[in-house]
Design a protein. Structure first.
Length: 531
């Protein structure tokens, strides 16, 4: 209301609530209460001297179509209707056609909202072409508040102390007269911010066993990795998150002793000897480097890095520590090589001296182009962030260094935003083996997601979706089926934690980790540069 009046508009306020109409009248609006029998459309036409109003802003919340219908009837020819609230949308075409009305649904704070490139990456829209972005709208409001053109005090209907916030939320549903609810903090704020919370004071950690700090509490960490570590005997010390709320929730649920928002303090904690990193991909190399420099064993979810510069830096730090007596272990979560069926395949292939041929098909499924994993700067793209699993799996089964890489992606076509996640990759190995990875995001959801086939010395192994393993030409072995899919997450965690506790070599040699990461980055760059 105040915004419209500040722009010189005459305003007609329509509501069933007399208190809100009184407030609107205080701000200079004329009012109409349909609850008292006043006709909304007639009021609009009278207000506009029979010409129809220039614009209607609908802020109602109802399933009824009446607000949109009434807005159309009271509008002038070529008028504008903006829906800010939520109403029924069964529009009468004739109302809009005959008057050539413009109808628009407002998207939250303005242009930029829900755009990760704008909100997460900080890439602003050109001022000359998008004058009122999300940020500029806020700036304008703050300027008007500072100059006194907008007064928010009359909009505050209730005040609560912060510790009574629960009552404030209950009021939102119980009292329809609530308009603006203010939560009040203490006027004197301590200069010392609490960055950590003790969840369990009675825990004693055994330093000779893995004492783990987790960085990140997203879906994969909370549903898969943390339970796997806990099941395999890890002592859960601290969980670090950026916001804190997830840390408390998952920390209490999983049995961590502490939660924090200070990741660096957690990594440097002398009680912690192992750090697990399960954050967004572009932060992996940074946290790995920090943990290695602190002398911690590191488990990082794939990928190890998203750029060659990051990878080179991590490798240099690792190599500088490798000659130490208590050199930290480095592990990437390439869990598929630890699945029981892949372990059986490796056992069978160990007796084959001839080169092997591999075919791997990944029915990866589509992910929207604006998802963070598709962003080169944040997720690195799906080849670096996901296909690396299968590069590692082929490297493991081949048992030989990758010496050549070829790849081809789908051509650029209208209607397909991302083509790099529809690609064929051919790897060559030092022992003469070769294999293809078909990483495809354009398949059917009801087709198996992952299939691995190995041809060697007149024999064939076929693994279907980590449930069914079939063997052809292998004396004494024909199949290995599982009741439940097992991609090796538990085996991966167990192998790493065992190495930490025993002091033995890491389950995946470091040179293979760097090799696979380098190949994945190289493939991604090749695919991006293809015409």
């Amino acid at each position: 209301m105040q915004l419209l009046r500040a722009q010189g508009c005459r305003v007609l306020a329509i509501d069933y609530d007399d208190a809100k109409l009184d407030l609107a009248k205080q701000f200079g609006a004329e009012i109409c209460n349909p609850g008292k029998g006043e006709d909304v459309v007639s009021a609009g036409m009278e207000f506009s001297r029979g010409k129809g109003v220039d614009g209607v802003i609908i802020t109602a919340s109802t399933k009824s179509n009446d607000p949109v219908t009434q807005a159309a009837l009271m509008s002038r020819k070529r008028g504008r209707i903006i829906l800010v609230g939520v109403t029924g949308l069964e529009l009468n075409r004739a109302d809009f056609y005959e008057k050539e009305l413009t109808f628009q649904v407002s998207c939250s704070y303005g242009p930029g909202r829900y755009d990760p490139d704008y909100e997460d990456n900080g890439n602003d829209y050109p001022y000359a072409f998008v004058r009122w972005t999300e940020q500029r709208n806020f700036e304008a409001i703050l300027d008007m508040m500072a100059s006194g053109q907008i007064d928010v005090k009359p909009l505050i209907s209730h005040r609560f102390k912060f510790e009574d916030a629960e009552q404030a939320y209950e009021l939102l549903t119980a009292d329809k007269s609530a308009l603006g609810i203010l939560l009040q903090y203490e006027s004197e704020v301590s200069s010392r911010h609490k960055k950590s919370i003790i969840l369990n004071k009675n825990v004693v950690f055994e330093g000779s066993k893995p004492v783990v700090g987790f960085v990140g509490a997203g879906n994969y960490a909370s549903r898969m990795l943390i339970p796997a570590f806990k099941t395999e005997g890890a002592q859960l010390h601290t969980i670090a998150t950026s916001g804190g709320i997830n840390g408390v929730t998952h920390g209490e649920k999983s049995g961590f002793a502490k939660t924090t928002t200070d990741t660096s303090a957690m990594i440097s904690d002398p009680e912690i000897n192992t750090v697990a990193i399960v954050t967004r991909h572009n932060s992996h190399a940074h946290f790995v480097s920090e943990a290695l420099n602190a002398g911690k064993n590191v488990f990082v979810e794939k990928p190890l890095a998203v750029t060659l510069d990051e990878l080179t830096s991590v490798e240099a730090i690792y190599n500088s520590k490798a000659s130490n007596e208590n050199a930290p272990k480095l592990m990437v979560g390439f869990n598929r090589r630890f699945s029981p069926q892949v372990q059986k395949m490796k056992e069978l292939l160990s007796s084959v001296k001839q080169p092997k041929s591999f075919m791997m098909t990944m029915n990866a499924g589509a992910i929207p182009a604006d998802h963070w994993t598709q962003d080169k700067e944040i997720g690195g793209g799906r080849i670096i962030g996901e296909a690396c699993h299968f590069i590692d799996l082929m490297r493991f089964l081949a048992g030989s260094e990758i010496t050549s890489v070829q790849c081809r992606r789908m051509g650029d076509v209208d209607g397909v935003d991302i083509t790099e996640d529809k690609a064929a990759i051919i790897l060559g190995f030092a022992d003469g083996s070769f294999g293809t990875i078909h990483y495809l995001a354009n398949g059917a959801a009801n087709f198996p997601k992952e299939r691995v086939e190995v041809f060697a010395a007149g024999r064939v192994l076929q693994l279907d979706n980590f449930r069914k393993l079939k063997a052809f030409g292998w004396p004494g072995f024909s199949k290995m089926n599982l009741w439940k899919q097992d991609k090796g997450q538990a085996g991966c965690a167990a192998a790493f934690l065992s190495a930490v506790e025993s002091g033995k070599e890491s389950p995946i040699p470091a040179h293979e980790l760097f090799e696979v990461a380098r190949v994945a980055i190289e493939i991604a760059e090749q695919l991006r540069n293809q015409q």
